[in-house]
Design a protein around this ligand. Structure first.
Ligand code: DGP
Length: 116
């Protein structure tokens, strides 16, 4: 656990969150600033500052994140309508919280990813 990390504190239950799922590897909770009707964060319990620190050794955790995201997408009713599962890494991506996390976003038409 990283002492000053807000997501580590959510995993540990030290600060409140709308938690939807937790097991020995991952935790899922609703984003505090939702950009769509469904906006859930799925995160590894163990601290890493971004996905750039993850790799082969994290296969079980990354697999669990995808499985949990798929399960939650079903529960939230967006599995068939569609959703995005995305991870911001670093400043150009707009990463704000430096504890690896995946956004599960859906419940409205999200629009195309436009080329610039
Ligand atoms: P990113 O830009 O990918 O680092 O997104 C960080 C997300 O984390 C952002 O959508 C807002 C969310 N967030 C930040 N602080 C908290 C918090 O204390 N609780 C919850 N539930 N979400 C948070």
């Amino acid at each position: 656990m990283a002492t000053d990390c807000i997501f580590c504190k959510i995993v540990a239950g030290e600060i409140p969150s709308d938690k939807l799922y937790q097991d020995e590897l991952v935790t899922a909770f609703r984003d505090i600033r939702p950009v769509a009707p469904v906006h859930i964060l799925v995160i590894p319990n163990a601290h890493s500052s971004s996905v750039t620190e993850m790799g082969d050794g994290d296969a079980a955790t990354l697999g669990r994140i995808v499985a949990v995201a798929n399960q939650l997408a079903k529960q939230e009713g967006v599995s068939k309508s569609g959703f995005r599962l995305l991870c911001n890494a670093g400043p150009d991506a707009g990463q704000v919280v430096y504890h690896t996390h995946f956004h599960l976003i859906g419940g409205r038409e999200l629009g195309p990813m436009v080329a610039r």
